[in-house]
Design a protein around this ligand. Structure first.
Ligand code: PLP
Length: 358
């Protein structure tokens, strides 16, 4: 497919923010965006164009029935070099989300090369300071105007870019999590493993309750027994026992995180026993009381690693690692961010250097 490029004239370009560390996450967008359209069974009209509001029909299916999916990844820059972290995994996961939501597949080679052109055009927007990056948001929405519930015939795919600092306003500091026992995120057979927009709307009530109680994220339990840990808000979760590191298994209810996969790989590489298994809230509370649990952390593209300092469950609050950053959380954070911005060895070939891929 041909990619048309319509650059923003330089006199119309926005001021690039200098103090990215203090920007609210995802609140500023670059000058250009990528768009392509799907109709008549094919993707067409691929374009890099000025960032602009969308004109969609008020009957567009996405607005009524939530047929929409997205992804999240980051670009880093050191000097002239631009780095992406495992971008193909994001595009493959987007195609799996598309399959679950009866949406069309994208050509990941074409989308990746379009993204790389967009990043090259927006290079000056990629911040270079430690702890900053350019967040990339690929999105696909159903645009056919129709009030009947059915898969759309037409779609819009777009990519937005946003310079970001740390996801949590605390920065890389322990966060508090609130175990939801009134609400659930996803049941087996549902859409929990897809990055589909409705999952996040459905999470807002529990996260509002958590925020009112002073916690930044919700820890979800399984829908059937309300007993087994699932994941945290926009992150997967790891619990570090004295002899084993545990993360919940992929049973179709949680997002298969790329950071989760990277953490599991690093832990095994470093010689730890890292297990994907069911982990009940009782086992966690026992481990916290007995001291067998040394650390708990969340992991995802936005926050990378988020150490958990406090956990709230049914009117009781537990502290973890005296609310300090545990050594393993610190090591994983340093290693992952070091690999992502090209400053550390990349033994698993995770990093893609944009300007050198040809
Ligand atoms: C995106 C996301 C994650 C993290 O996935 P990464 O690929 O590591 O960014 C975890 N849980 C949910 C619900 C998510 O939406």
């Amino acid at each position: 497919m041909h990619l048309e490029i319509e650059p923003v004239p330089s006199s119309f370009r926005k001021a690039i923010p200098h103090d990215v560390l203090n920007l609210a996450f995802g609140s500023v967008f670059t000058d250009h965006m990528f768009t392509m359209q799907y109709s008549g069974g094919i993707w067409h009209s691929a374009k890099i164009e000025p960032y602009h509001p969308l004109l969609i029909d008020p009957a567009a299916l996405v607005l009524h029935y939530g047929q929409g999916i997205f992804e999240g990844l980051k670009a880093y820059r050191r000097g002239e070099r631009i780095f992406l972290f495992r971008p193909r995994m994001n595009l493959e996961r987007m195609n799996r989300s598309a399959e679950r939501m009866v949406m069309p597949q994208i050509n990941s080679d074409f989308v990746l090369s379009s993204l790389e052109q967009l990043l090259t055009i927006e290079k000056e927007w990629i911040p270079t300071q430690n702890g900053t990056s350019l967040y990339i948001r690929p999105t696909m929405i159903a645009t056919e105007p129709k009030l009947g519930v059915k898969p759309s015939d037409d779609y819009l795919f777009f990519i937005l870019l946003s310079p970001v600092g740390p996801y949590f306003k605390e920065g890389f500091r322990p966060v508090g999590i609130y175990v939801a026992d009134q609400h659930v995120r996803a049941a087996e057979g549902g859409t929990g493993q897809a990055k589909t927009i409705g999952n996040y709307a459905a999470s807002l009530l529990a996260s509002t309750i958590a925020k009112q109680a002073g916690y930044s994220q919700v820890l979800w339990l399984d829908a059937k027994e309300r007993r087994y840990l699932e994941e945290v808000g926009t992150m997967n979760i790891f619990v570090v026992f004295d002899d084993e590191i545990v993360t919940p298994p992929l049973r179709g209810t949680i997002l298969p995180g790329i950071t989760r996969d990277s953490v599991l790989t690093l832990l095994k590489h470093w010689g730890y026993t890292a297990t994907e298994r069911l982990l009940s809230i009782e086992e966690v509370l026992d481990g916290l009381t007995s001291g067998k649990i040394k650390e708990i952390f969340g992991c995802g593209t936005a926050a990378i690693i988020a150490p958990v300092g406090r956990l709230h469950y049914q009117d009781k609050t537990y502290t973890i690692a005296s609310e300090s950053i545990g050594p393993l959380s610190q090591r994983l954070f340093d290693e992952l961010t070091g690999i992502q911005c090209g400053e550390r060895d990349d033994p698993f070939g995770w990093v893609r250097v944009v300007n050198e891929s040809g």
